[in-house]
Design a protein around this ligand. Structure first.
Ligand code: MG
Length: 194
């Protein structure tokens, strides 16, 4: 019987991502949302934690992010179980500071939200905020590997944080008294009039 499964729908990807995050350091959507919330509260004091939670959930349904989380969690687990051969086993296991591929993967996720997503990731990566700090500290203990996971979690927080900023900006634009809602039909009518 052919039991290959390559295609996953959004609900399946969300569920599998939640499970993978939980299995590696007990990371929750709330933990990731908290980082986005703290980062955006500086710019938008009225921002809600709920918007941050919704943003993390949305990002966890993206196919690219699904592949990242599934890949990162398995690489960390295999390194923890000393399943790799050659130099990469110790490089991953001891979270060698000059490795850098974990940051490359993190930047790839953050890039889904442009240059701002990437700079937000840099802030979270350097300042080790919230759950990222916990993963990083746990990963330093013998027998626990979070080499890829701390960056993936940080990058999801950065992407969510950037989405929150975009939503807040959109809300502010809609509140502008000069705002006039234009729909596609009006634009078509205008074109015809010319
Ligand atoms: Mg790392």
């Amino acid at each position: 019987m052919d039991d290959k499964k390559l295609a996953y729908n959004r609900e399946e990807m969300l569920k599998l991502n939640i499970e993978a995050l939980k299995s590696r350091g007990g990371v929750t959507i709330g933990d990731i949302a908290q980082i986005a919330y703290e980062q955006q509260r500086k710019y938008y004091p009225e921002v809600s934690l709920q918007l941050c939670v919704e943003s993390v959930e949305k990002i966890l349904t993206f196919r690219d992010v699904f592949h990242h989380i599934q890949f990162a969690s398995e690489v960390d687990r295999l390194a923890e179980e000393k399943m790799f051969k050659g130099p990469i086993q110790d490089i991953l296991y001891y979270d060698y500071g000059l490795f850098g591929l974990d940051e490359v993967l993190g930047l790839d996720v953050a890039r889904l939200y442009g240059a701002i997503g990437q700079t937000n990731f840099g802030d979270i990566d350097v300042n080790k905020r919230g759950i990222v700090d916990k993963l990083n500290r746990e990963g330093k203990k013998p027998g626990t590997v979070h080499t890829l996971m701390d960056d993936i979690v940080g990058s999801i927080a950065a992407a969510a944080s950037t989405r929150v900023a975009q939503v807040m900006n959109e809300d502010a634009a809609l509140e502008n008294p000069h705002y006039h809602k234009v729909n596609i039909f009006e634009i078509e009518e205008e074109k015809k009039g010319k």
